[in-house]
Write a protein that binds this ligand. Sequence first.
Ligand code: IMP
Ligand code: MG
Length: 419
Amino acid sequence: MKKLAIIGAQWGDEGKGKIVNYFSSHYDYIIRFSGGANAGHTIYYNGKKYVNHLLPSISPETESIGILSKGMALDLGQVIVELETMETDFSGISKRFIIDEEAFLVLPYHKEEDAILESMRKKPIGTTKKGMGPSFADKVSRENIRVCDLYDPETLYERLGNILYLKNKIYGDKLNCDVDAVYQGVLEQFATLRQMGVQFTSAASLYEELQSKKVLFEGAQGIMLDIDSGTYPYVTSSQTTAHGSFTVDMTLTEEDTVMGVVKAYTTRVGEGEFPTELPEEEGEVLRRLGNEFGATTGRNRRVGWLDLPQLRYAIRKSKLNSIVITKGDILNQYDEVKVCVAYEVDGKTVDMPFIANDFRRAKPIYKTLPGWNDVFDLNFLKYITFMEQELGVDVSYVSYGPKTEEMMSKKDYIMHIHG
Ligand code: IMP
Ligand code: MG
């Protein structure tokens, strides 16, 4: 069965939640495969706004199932908070979520460590302080706990003791974490989730079942924040490209759709390179128009023009073969808009950087295009067509508002324009 992956093609916050929501009623399984509560997916059901950080965006109206896979780092307390909100409107929905027993946990001390490290860094990364870096670092240094460890409380207690023994040596008084409190807290959360009907299983055991089902992979963050391909070190700590889908032992092939979500302009939260960033005053205007404030931290998002070399890089890194453009409506009323068509790096013109370090030195070369008053104005279609020509990938959908229904296939969109 053909699979669909929905991936942020910039630095996150392209509007993925809404796009996943648009498609999710046609899919049997919605799988989150990376990140954790650092993500913020804003979606609307029946006109009501929900901001989920961990739960995959399943469709409440269908029987679709959400999987929180082992590519994620899970704060079980946060899963409970999100499920409780969903339960008030969709009773019994918790039973439609599966937590992969092989997923690693975010424990209270990871969030503490995230904040301590940020405060101690000479140059902070600007993390969301949700414990991502410390949890993934502990996974790699073999100092973390997985969901499956919660089945064996005795060993869990011993392992937590060993881990906190080490951490207390490293952090001393700065870390304020008690083994018993962590141990009891996480076991209570595990029990609560099971009571609520959440299923726990190894996602790998679903492999056969998934072969004959319609599967949607829900990306988090954006390609430019990928630990391996992004603007390191100003990145998140997990894989954000579509390759992360391997975490349920599945691969995406050329038959599958890897859809990049592209905002009609660019934003970034936190530190790091951003070639097309607008100067403060101009940036402030666009930030307000687009309501560009972080869904997770409330921080101001940095804003700038659309960046085609960056998108070419993203297409290459995540094998995008389809694009959905979002938030073109935010640029309504600009008399003209700028698009970065190439970079100047060390005096040379570069169409597409091959390594992320080039973004650090890139100076944008702009082309100015006429603006539009409405997304159904011919000039916006011209903007889309220009993008397609420059990127070599079709824009297949156009999203023009926060509501799920404010979206059309490009075919319908063109028909609508021509009346
Ligand atoms: P962390 O993922 O909290 O470690 O933060 C690392 C970087 O990724 C920071 O610049 C964050 O602002 C950024 N980041 C993490 N999650 C998101 C997201 O969902 N949208 C946009 N930026 C994010
Ligand atoms: Mg977001």
